[in-house]
Design a protein around this ligand. Structure first.
Ligand code: GUN
Ligand code: FE
Length: 462
């Protein structure tokens, strides 16, 4: 509806037209209604727009629209508007460890650095401070939708959801479950883990309209979060699948990240044919299941994931830093498996989805070089594909495509104003012929200094 138009954004707009193609609109105008939705997007407006002028919309029901009550937002010179980025895998409590501890690989790294760091979330004040840091840092880097692991502590996971909501970030939050093969001071009894998950889900769902939430954002969504097979008993996994089914909740976990981990899973579940098969046997593979990593998935596992409609959250920075391995994303896509992108802090050191995009491109280049033969090319991912994974792909994996991820009319206006020319910033625009060049330079060189504004549901949250 045009009636509630609140803001017009004017300038270059870039989003994904499809999984492989960008849409670049120059001299574009985006109308955002009072309820934070995209009313229309039009390219090619070269005439001046001012509060005295009127705009003839192509909506057949509209007549010339007076703009006197509408805020017109002009983008900075050479600036552009992109959809908010979607991080489908990160660990908020681990942000304090980002940048250290990469001397070890996954299983030893968990034991020496990660579990002790997460255990500290039993302290509510500490947890609140760290959650605030994690939310601020991701939002500042342009992550408008974030899928978080918390810790095993229910209160801290609730705090994480409330913190994201208070800052205006769209959040999906999990209270972690682990009832075996975990340190004595960071492990749950099975019954307690199930009971606390039910309590967490109820409180998150009841909290939906609580005070203190930024007016921009929808309530944070609880995510069922079995950490990974080695730390979850069969009884626990089965019960978690039931809770997810009862409330139609998303599920997040880790799969097939590291060779030692995979061997361990086979020894724990010798009757199952694969790591992915263990999750499936416990009812945990749904169309709203996000599995981080998936580096060593076998052909039958790829087929199973495609059948279940589950998503692999690709975490290239983490896979490189922990020396886990190189995921062949192209092969997963060829099998029809859905792939999104995650930072996996602190397996990955950076909370920036731009870094995840860059690392996805580099790893894909390496995989392509290794996999290509004279008669069988293996094309690497393109920057348009990785940008799609960081936006629309993430939205799709969470069941919120059409709501966020691009500027389709009717979707929520979740957006970043990118200013590539900040003083002493990371980008120069020499040899930049057009908007696509500037966009590529931002993907490859940009950082939080280039994020001039962040909008969620039409509200400026940063
Ligand atoms: N597997 C189980 N837990 C974790 C974690 O915290 N980080 C990573 N990268 N892999 C995991
Ligand atoms: Fe992880």
């Amino acid at each position: 509806m045009v009636a509630g138009l609140a803001r017009l954004f004017r300038g270059t707009v870039i989003d994904s037209a499809s999984r492989t193609e960008l849409r670049v609109l120059t001299d574009a105008v985006i109308g955002v209604s009072g309820d934070g939705k995209v009313s229309f997007v039009e390219g090619g407006h070269t005439e001046p727009l001012s509060t005295e002028s009127s705009l003839q919309l192509r909506d057949p029901e509209s007549t010339a629209l007076p703009l006197s009550d509408v805020e017109i937002v002009s983008l900075p010179p050479r600036g552009f508007l992109v959809p908010g980025l979607i991080d489908t895998h990160t660990h908020a409590p681990q942000i304090v460890n980002a940048g250290k501890g990469y001397d070890l690989q996954l299983l030893d790294w968990l034991e020496k650095y990660t579990f002790p760091c997460e255990e500290r979330f039993s302290d509510a004040e500490y947890a609140k401070a760290v959650c605030t840091t994690a939310v601020r840092r991701t939002l500042q880097n342009g992550t408008t939708t974030c899928v978080y692991f918390g810790t095993i502590h229910t209160e801290a996971a609730l705090t994480l959801g409330r913190t994201a909501a208070a800052h205006g970030q769209r959040a999906f939050v999990g209270k972690v479950n682990m009832d075996r093969n975990s340190p004595g001071n960071y492990c749950e009894e099975t019954a307690e883990s199930i009971r606390e998950t039910e309590r967490f889900v109820k409180l998150m769902l009841d909290d939906a309209d609580s005070a203190g939430r930024h007016p921009a954002v929808p309530a944070p969504v609880p995510v069922i979060t079995p950490r990974f097979v080695p730390t979850c008993s069969s009884e626990l996994m089965r019960s978690l699948a039931e809770i997810a089914a009862l409330h139609q909740l998303p599920i997040q976990t880790h799969v097939s990240e590291n060779r030692g981990e995979i061997d361990w899973v086979h020894s724990l579940h010798p009757d199952e044919s694969s790591y992915t098969g263990v999750y499936d046997a416990h009812g945990l593979l749904t169309s709203r299941t996000l599995l981080a990593h998936g580096v060593y998935l076998t052909a039958p596992e790829r087929t199973l994931l495609a059948e279940r409609g589950s998503t692999v959250s690709h975490c290239p920075t983490s896979n490189a830093m922990l020396r886990s391995g190189m995921l062949n994303v192209r092969r997963l896509l060829d099998y029809g498996v859905h792939v999104s992108l995650g930072t996996d802090v602190s397996g990955g050191a950076s909370p920036s989805m731009l870094v995840a995009i860059r690392d996805a491109l580099k790893i894909s280049n390496m995989v392509s070089i290794a996999a290509s033969t004279d008669d069988k090319p293996s094309p690497p991912l393109t920057f348009a594909e990785t940008f799609w994974m960081a936006t629309v792909g993430g939205a799709y994996s969470l069941g919120v495509a059409g709501l966020t991820g691009n500027f389709a009319a009717g979707s929520d206006f979740d957006a970043l104003i990118i200013d590539p020319q900040v003083e002493a910033g990371p980008i120069d625009l020499f040899e930049t012929d057009d908007e696509l060049d500037a966009f590529q330079k931002w993907l490859q060189l940009g950082d939080d200094r280039n994020v001039a504004a962040v909008y969620v549901r039409g509200h400026k949250v940063l």
